[in-house]
Design a protein around this ligand. Structure first.
Ligand code: NAD
Ligand code: MG
Length: 400
C-alpha cells in the first residue's frame, strides 16, 4: 500500500494530538498533508513544522499573522484561511484520509465535505451526525466515502459487528441478527455526588473525568451524560438502529467500550484501556491492526468490571436526548446547539451546572414545531443551529 495522506481537522485538540501521535508511529505509512486549528495557532505552527504539513488552515487574518510569527523555520506550508477553505481542503486530490476532530456543530461543514469528496472519513466529531444524520449518511453512501467511527463506543460496536470479508465495512447497514446495541458510559465525575450538591460543582470538577483525558466541552458532556445522549443519536445514524434498541449502561472502569447483543443471546464486547489512540489506530489502519502506543489491559489486576443502570434523575440530559431523537431531526439540532451554549455558559461562570438541562429543555420547548421538522440542507441545518444559539444565549443571560 502506498503512503496515506492525512488531513486533520482540529489538529490541536485532544483527538487531533492523539491522531498525530499514532500517525508518527508509522512514518512509512502516513504523511500529514493538512492541519487545521482555531485558537491554539502557535501549537499549530509547531505541529506543521514537525510533520512537514503541506497546508494549514487558520480562521482569519489575525491567526495567519500569529502563525507566521510563531513559525519555527524551514519551508512554510501553504496557509489557507476561513471556514470555506477548511471544508474545501477535504476535497484536495492529495487527501486520502480525513480526521474530523473539530468540536461541536462547527465541524459539520468540513466533515460533510470529506464525505462528499468520497474520502475515508474518521469521524470523531459526533455533533456532525447529531445535527445532520440523514444528510451526512446520504453523502457517505452517494459518494462512496468510507466512514469509520472514532468515538470509542461506536468504534467498539463497529469492531463487534459482522462484516462480509473483503468489504470495507459500511456503518449504516442494519446489521443482520443484531438485537441491541449497549453503549457503556463511565458515569463521569458526579456519578456518586449527592444530588443536592450538584448545584455548586465547578467547571474544573466537571472536567476532571475519572477515566478519560478529553477536551473541556466533551468532559462536561460526560459529566451530564449529554455526551451519551449524543452518542445514542450517533449510533442511531451510524448503525441504522431505532432508539428503542439502543441501551445505555454505566460502567465506571471504562474498559468495556460498548457491546452488541445478538438474537441468539451472544453479546460481543470490545475492551481496552481508555485511550483514544486505540480507536484512532483502528480507523487509520483499517482493515489492518497497527500499533497505537496503548499499553496492555491487565484484567487480573483490575479484578472486576462493574455495570449499573443510569439514574435519569441524576442525568436529565440523557432523558432529553432520547426525547429529542424521538421527536425528530429538528429537536436533535436544537438539543445539540442549546447544549453547546449552555456548556460554554457553565465553563465561563454564566450559569450553574444544574442549569445546563434547564437551558436545553427550555430551548426544546421554545422551538415547538420546528423540533419535529427535518431540515434537509446544510443551510437549513446551520440556520436552525444559529437560531437556537441566540435563544439559548438569552436563556443563559437571564438564568443565574
Ligand atoms: P478539543 O476541544 O480538545 O479540540 C477541538 C479542536 O477543534 C481544536 O483543534 C480547535 O482548534 C478546533 N475548533 C474548535 N472550534 C472550532 C471552530 N469553530 N472552527 C474550527 N475549528 C474549531 O476537543 P476534543 O476533545 O479533541 O473533541 C473533538 C471532537 O471529538 C468532539 O466532537 C468530541 O465530541 C469528539 N470526541 C472526543 C473524544 C476525546 O477523547 N477527546 C472522544 C470521543 C469523541
Ligand atoms: Mg464516546
Amino acid at each position: 500500500m502506498g503512503i496515506q495522506r492525512l488531513y486533520i481537522l482540529g489538529s490541536t485538540g485532544s483527538i487531533g494530538v492523539n491522531t498525530l501521535d499514532v500517525a508518527a508511529r508509522h512514518p512509512g505509512r502516513f504523511e500529514i498533508y493538512a492541519l487545521s486549528a482555531y485558537s491554539r495557532i502557535e501549537q499549530l505552527a509547531r505541529q506543521a513544522c514537525t510533520t512537514r504539513a503541506r497546508v494549514v488552515i487558520v480562521p482569519d487574518d489575525a491567526a495567519r499573522g500569529r502563525f507566521l510569527a510563531a513559525w519555527p523555520g524551514g519551508p512554510l506550508p501553504e496557509i489557507r484561511q476561513g471556514a470555506q477553505a477548511l471544508a474545501e481542503t477535504a476535497a484536495d486530490l492529495e487527501v486520502d484520509i480525513v480526521m474530523a476532530a473539530i468540536v461541536g456543530a462547527a465541524g459539520l461543514p468540513g466533515a460533510l465535505a470529506a464525505a462528499r469528496a468520497g474520502k475515508r472519513v474518521l469521524l470523531a466529531n459526533k455533533e456532525a451526525l447529531v445535527a445532520a444524520g440523514a444528510l451526512f449518511m446520504q453523502a457517505v453512501h452517494e459518494n462512496g466515502a468510507e466512514l469509520l467511527p472514532i468515538d470509542s463506543e461506536h468504534n467498539a460496536i463497529f469492531q463487534c459487528l459482522p462484516r462480509p470479508p473483503g468489504r470495507a465495512g459500511a456503518p449504516g447497514d442494519p446489521a443482520p441478527g443484531v438485537r441491541r446495541l449497549l453503549l457503556t458510559a463511565s458515569g463521569g465525575p458526579f456519578r456518586q455526588t449527592a444530588l443536592d450538591r450538584l448545584d455548586s460543582v465547578t467547571p474544573d470538577q466537571a472536567c476532571a473525568h475519572p477515566t478519560w483525558q478529553m477536551g473541556r466541552k466533551i468532559s462536561v458532556d460526560s459529566a451530564t451524560m449529554l455526551n451519551k445522549g449524543l452518542e445514542v443519536i450517533e449510533a442511531h445514524w451510524l448503525f441504522a438502529m431505532p432508539a428503542e434498541r439502543i441501551d445505555v449502561l454505566i460502567h465506571p472502569q471504562s474498559m468495556v467500550h460498548s457491546m452488541v447483543e445478538y438474537e441468539d443471546g451472544s453479546v460481543l464486547a470490545q475492551l481496552g484501556q481508555p485511550d483514544m489512540r486505540t480507536p484512532i489506530a483502528y480507523g487509520l489502519g483499517f482493515p489492518e491492526r497497527i500499533d497505537s502506543g496503548v499499553g496492555l489491559l491487565d484484567l487480573a489486576r483490575l479484578g472486576h468490571l462493574d455495570f449499573e443502570e443510569p439514574d435519569l434523575r441524576r442525568f436529565p440530559c440523557l432523558r432529553l436526548s432520547f426525547e429529542a431523537l424521538g421527536a425528530g431531526q429538528g429537536a436533535c439540532i436544537v438539543l445539540n446547539a442549546a447544549n453547546e451554549i449552555a456548556v460554554d455558559g457553565f465553563l465561563h461562570g454564566r450559569i450553574r451546572y444544574t442549569q445546563i438541562p434547564d437551558v436545553i429543555g427550555r430551548c426544546l420547548d421554545d422551538f415547538g414545531t420546528q423540533t419535529t421538522s427535518h431540515p434537509g440542507s446544510l443551510d437549513d441545518i446551520m440556520g436552525l443551529d444559529a437560531r437556537t444559539r441566540s435563544v439559548a444565549t438569552q436563556f443563559c443571560a437571564t438564568s443565574r
